[in-house]
Design a protein around this ligand. Structure first.
Ligand SMILES: *Cc1c(COP(=O)(O)O)cnc(C)c1O
Length: 367
C-alpha cells in the first residue's frame, strides 16, 4: 500500500457503502478508463471473472473454440472451459515471448480447413510486456474474430504509445495481490463498446432485470467488486506510474549486474513498446553453472522467494487433450522458456540492499 488508499477506504466506511456497489466503485471505473484511454470499464471480483464476461460478450458458448496464449497463468484460459468451449493453445515468439503470429496463422489455416473458426482470440501480455498487436490483429481481422487483450500483468505498459488494456475489442485487468497495483483481489473489463459493458455489468450483478421483486431472465454471476476494495484501487491508481518506474529500475539493476555472465539472457523488450517490467525474467543456457531450480533453492535457503516461468498451459494436465500450435512446426518456444526461465524478486518495495543480496547469490551460483 502507498498510503493514498486509506482515505478512499475511510470514505466507504464513513458513508457506510460496504457493498458490491457505491461511489468508489463508480469512480474507480471512471478513473481507470480515463487513465488508459478507454470509453468505459466494469469493476469485478477478479481478472478471471473479467475474461469470463469478455468471452460471453464475444458469444462463446458450448462447443465453440477459443484461441489462447499458452505461456501464461491459468486464469487466462479457465473461463473458456466455464463456457463449455475448447481452448486451442498458441505458442510464443522469441522476440517478445508473446503470441507467435506464425503459430496463430497456422492455427487459423487449419481451423478454416476443418470449419472450426474460433469465436475469440485471447492474447496475453506476459510479465508486463505487450504482444505484437500490429502482427496479430490483422490476422484476427481477416477472419473477423474478436481479440481479447489479457492485460492482467501489463497495466501501465504501452504499445506504439497506446496504453495496454485498449489494444483489443475487450481488455481485462487484474488487481490480485501479486499484480503491479492491487485491491487484494479484483479485476476490470475495459472497452470502447459501452453497450457491451452495460451487458457485462448486468451479468456481473446476478442478471437482475429492472423489477422490484428480483426478476431474472438470463443467467448471471456475483462478480462485482466491493466498494471498499474499489477505494483501495483508487489509491493504488495514483501510484501506478511510480510503480512502473520502480519496476523498470529494479530490472535495470539486475540487468547491469548479470548481463555479462555467459549464457544469461534477459526477456527482451521489443522497440514497439514499453514494458512495465512486472517481473524481471531471464533464461539460463544449459552451459551455465546452475540451472533455474538450483538458483531458486539457493535463494529459498536465504528466505528469498523466486519462481520458474509459468508452466505453459498446453503442458498442464487439466488441458491435456487441447490442441497446440508451436512457433515452428517442430519447435516449441514456450517449452524452452519453461525449462530455462527464472523470475527474480521484483516487488516495488524491494530495498536496494535486498536486491544486492539477491544479485550476489545469483552471481555466486553462476560463477
Ligand atoms: C493474474 C492473471 C490472471 C487472472 O487474474 P485474477 O485476478 O487472479 O483472476 C489472468 N491472466 C494473467 C496473465 C494473469 O497474470
Amino acid at each position: 500500500m502507498s498510503g493514498e488508499e486509506i482515505e478512499f477506504v475511510k470514505e466507504a466506511f464513513d458513508s457506510n457503502w460496504i457493498a458490491p456497489c457505491g461511489p468508489n466503485q463508480e469512480a474507480f471505473e471512471k478513473e481507470m478508463a480515463e487513465f488508459i484511454g478507454a470509453k468505459g470499464a466494469v469493476a469485478v471480483s477478479s481478472g478471471t471473472a473479467a475474461i469470463h464476461l469478455a468471452l460471453r460478450l464475444c458469444g462463446v458458448g458450448s462447443g465453440d473454440v477459443v484461441f489462447c496464449s499458452s505461456l501464461t497463468f491459468i486464469g487466462s484460459a479457465t473461463p473458456i472451459l466455464f463456457q463449455g468451449a475448447t481452448p486451442v493453445f498458441i505458442d510464443s515468439e522469441p522476440a517478445s515471448w508473446n503470441m507467435s503470429p506464425l503459430a496463430l496463422e497456422r492455427a487459423f489455416d487449419e481451423a478454416e480447413a476443418e470449419g472450426k473458426r474460433p469465436k475469440a482470440v485471447i492474447v496475453v501480455n506476459l510479465y508486463g510486456q505487450c504482444a505484437d498487436y500490429d502482427s496479430l490483429k490483422p490476422i484476427c481481422d481477416r477472419y473477423q474474430v474478436p481479440l481479447i487483450e489479457d492485460a492482467a500483468e501489463s497495466l501501465g505498459a504501452t504499445y506504439q504509445g497506446q496504453a495496454s488494456g485498449t489494444l483489443g475489442r475487450f481488455g481485462i485487468l487484474s488487481f490480485n495481490g501479486n499484480k503491479i497495483i492491487t485491491t487484494s483481489g479484483g479485476g476490470m473489463l475495459v472497452s470502447d463498446n459501452v453497450d457491451a459493458l452495460a451487458k457485462a455489468r448486468y451479468w456481473a450483478t446476478q442478471a437482475r432485470d429492472p423489477a422490484v421483486h428480483y426478476e431474472h431472465s438470463e443467467l448471471g454471476y456475483n462478480y462485482r467488486m466491493s466498494n471498499v476494495l474499489a477505494g483501495i484501487g483508487r489509491g493504488q491508481l495514483k501510484v501506478l506510474k511510480d510503480r512502473v518506474e520502480s519496476r523498470r529500475e529494479i530490472y535495470d539493476r539486475y540487468f547491469q549486474a548479470l548481463k555479462n555472465i555467459d549464457g544469461v539472457h534477459f526477456m527482451p523488450e521489443p522497440s514497439y513498446g514499453k514494458s512495465n517490467r512486472w517481473l524481471t525474467v531471464l533464461t539460463l543456457e544449459k552451459t551455465c553453472k546452475a540451472n533455474p531450480l538450483e538458483i531458486i533453492n539457493r535463494l529459498d535457503a536465504e528466505g528469498i522467494e523466486a519462481r520458474p516461468v509459468w508452466k505453459p498451459l498446453h503442458l498442464q494436465p487439466v488441458f491435456k487433450n487441447c490442441p497446440y500450435y508451436s512457433h515452428q512446426p517442430e519447435n516449441s518456444f514456450s517449452d524452452q522458456v519453461f525449462d530455462n526461465g527464472l523470475c527474480l524478486p521484483s516487488g516495488t518495495n524491494l530495498e536496494r540492499e535486498d536486491q544486492h543480496r539477491i544479485i550476489q547469490i545469483v552471481q555466486e551460483a553462476l560463477s
